[in-house]
Ligand binder design. Sequence first.
Ligand SMILES: Cc1cc2nc3c(=O)[nH]c(=O)nc-3n(C[C@H](O)[C@H](O)[C@H](O)COP(=O)(O)OP(=O)(O)OC[C@H]3O[C@@H](n4cnc5c(N)ncnc54)[C@H](O)[C@@H]3O)c2cc1C
Length: 379
Amino acid sequence: MKNNLNNNDTIQIAGAGPAGLAAAITLARAGREVVVHEAHDEVGHRFQRDFQGLENWSSSTDALSALENIGLEINFTAQPFTGGTAYDAWDKPYTIHSDTALFYLIERGPGPNSLDTGLLKQAQSLGVEVRFNSRLKQLKGIGILAAGPKVPDAIAVGYHFETDMPDGYWVICDDKLAPKGYAYLLVMAGQGTVKTCMFSGFKQEKIYVEKTIQAFERLVGLQMKNPIPHGGAGNFRIPDSAYNGIHPLVGEQAGFQDTLWGFGIRLALTSGILAAQSLLNGDNYDTLWKQQLRPQMQTAVVNRAFYSLLGNRGYRWFLKHITTKADVRQALYKAYHPSRFKNWLLPWATARYVSRRKDVSCDHVDCHCVWCRHCAHAV
Ligand SMILES: Cc1cc2nc3c(=O)[nH]c(=O)nc-3n(C[C@H](O)[C@H](O)[C@H](O)COP(=O)(O)OP(=O)(O)OC[C@H]3O[C@@H](n4cnc5c(N)ncnc54)[C@H](O)[C@@H]3O)c2cc1C
C-alpha cells in the first residue's frame, strides 16, 4: 500500500508509547510536522514506575547501540545486568551468566529517567507537538496508529515497592505461580518490581500474586516497603497486514510482541521507525516489517508452542540446559533466531498458538483480573 504524503502534511500519531514516539522522532528528524495524541495526561500512564528489561539477546549488536543506530538517543537510565538467578518449582537455583549485558533494566512511566520521558523529550526537542488528554477516536488524514494492546494474551501483575535489597534480578518458572509464564523480581537503586507473568488463569490472578510474593520471600528474602499494586496486559499476534486502511499499525496495537516471554519494547520501537520510514519513502510498511520483524516473531511463536508444553518438569530441564551454557545471552540469541527446524515447525506452532483475545478462564463476569479492572476500559 502506498501513501501520498506531501511535504506539508501534518502527520497524526495515536499513542505516545515507545512505538508512537519512535515514529514521531523519525518523522520530525526528517523535517515533517507531527502531532502525537496521547489519551492520558502523561506518558507511560499504564506503567507508572514499572521496571522492565530491554532485552539484549535478539541482536548481536548491543541493544543500546542498536537503538542509536536507528536514530534514538539513550537519554534514560539503562542499567546493564549480566548475572542473576532462576529457580524451578522445587526451589532449586540456577545461576544465569552472560559475558555482556543480558538486558538493560529501564524504568517505564512518567518518571524523569524513564524510557517514556526520554523519548518524549527527544520528540519535543525536534518540534513534535504531543497533545495530552487527547484520545483519538478516528484518525483522519495521514497518520500512524500506536495505541497499545487491544486484547490480553498475557497479563503481568504484582507490585512496585521500595526496598533495602541489593540490585539484582530473580526469576521463577513454576506453573503454580505463573501459569505458562514466569515470575520475576527486579531491584535497582532501592526500588523494585515483582510480578507474575501469566498466559492463562487470569481469574485466579490474586492467588498467583500471593504465591509469587511468598516464593520470593522464601527464596531471596524479598522485602517490600510501601508496595503499590500494578499490572498490565500484552497482546501477541502476527497480522497478515499491519495496515488499518491507509494507516500503519505499530507496536502492540499491531500485535507485535515477543510471544514467548513478552519482551515487546524493541519491536515497538523498531516498528514505529519502520512505519515512519514507509511514510517518508513511500515504501510498503508490510514489506518492511515482514522482512525485519516477522522472522523473529514467528520464531517466538514456535518457542511459545514448546514452552507451553513444558510444564514444571520441562521448565526444570530448560533451566538446567540454558544455564549450563557459558553465556546465556548467546544461547538466547540462538533461541530467538529462525532455524530450518523452527521454520518447519511453524505451521504446527501457529495452529497451536492462536491469539486468545481473552483468556478462557476469564469470562469477564464477576472477574477482578487486571484486564477486567483496567485495560478493557483504557484502550
Ligand atoms: C507489566 C508489563 C511488563 C512488561 N515488561 C516488559 C519487559 O520487561 N520488556 C519488554 O521488552 N517489554 C515488556 N512489556 C511489554 C512492553 O511494555 C510493550 O510491548 C510496549 O510498551 C508496547 O509499546 P506500544 O508503544 O506499542 O504501546 P504502549 O506502551 O501501551 O503505548 C500506547 C499509548 O497509546 C495511548 N493510547 C491508547 N489509546 C489511545 C487513543 N485512542 N488515542 C491516543 N492515545 C491512545 C496509551 O495511553 C499509551 O500511552 C511489559 C508489558 C507489561 C504490561
